[in-house]
Write a protein that binds this ligand. Sequence first.
Ligand SMILES: C[S@@+](CC[C@H](N)C(=O)[O-])C[C@H]1O[C@@H](n2cnc3c(N)ncnc32)[C@H](O)[C@@H]1O
Length: 213
Amino acid sequence: MDTRAYRLECLKESDVYEIDFPEVMQMKDTLLEAAMASINDLSALTLSSKSLTRVAADIRDKDWFKKLEESGFKPEKSTVWILEGIIYYLPHSQAMGVLKTIADNCRITQTVLLADFMNKQSTALSASNYHFYSDWPDHLLPSLGFADVKLSQIGDPDADYGLFHDPHNLFNKVRGLPRSIQIHPDDGTPCRRLYLVQAFGSPNQSISRTDSS
Ligand SMILES: C[S@@+](CC[C@H](N)C(=O)[O-])C[C@H]1O[C@@H](n2cnc3c(N)ncnc32)[C@H](O)[C@@H]1O
């Protein structure tokens, strides 16, 4: 349901593809049309990106990438993939399938992945909703084909947004602890973390094949 393509000037030379379920696409169209009809400033809903293509697909299915290509996506063009608020809802094998498909693109062109990963303790918040996790996305992604992974935790200087100065904030409570620690030594609570990941790959990289977790 994101509206980056309408909001971000920096996308003016980028072709944007959005993948979602058909019914969500339909609802988004309806909402955007209603918004357009109700505001006087029509320029507010002008595309900022060079183009926007909506692709109705379920990324749990094996054919999602084919559908993306059939919609005009060119794998040989430099690509930024954004998996935001989605990967942990997928079963492990399907999440790994999506990540592997994206990582395989590193062999074709400059590729950047921006994604958020829950650690294992976070998925326990809702066993019925959250499935995929990684305590070490910075090991997992290089094992799939990314050469370089930058990882932040919510509250870190580059993922702070001025909102995390309260020392009692739950994210701040675990940020200073080694990432291997699962239970907080002070009060025995689970160390729930959300990792924000930037992963980079290109055809010229040397691929590290470390173990995944
Ligand atoms: C929590 S939202 C985040 C969306 C986006 N990052 C944003 O900021 O608006 C998750 C989105 O993923 C879509 N989604 C969930 N599972 C999906 C799947 N298997 N295939 C395609 N889209 C899916 C949902 O319909 C929803 O629009």
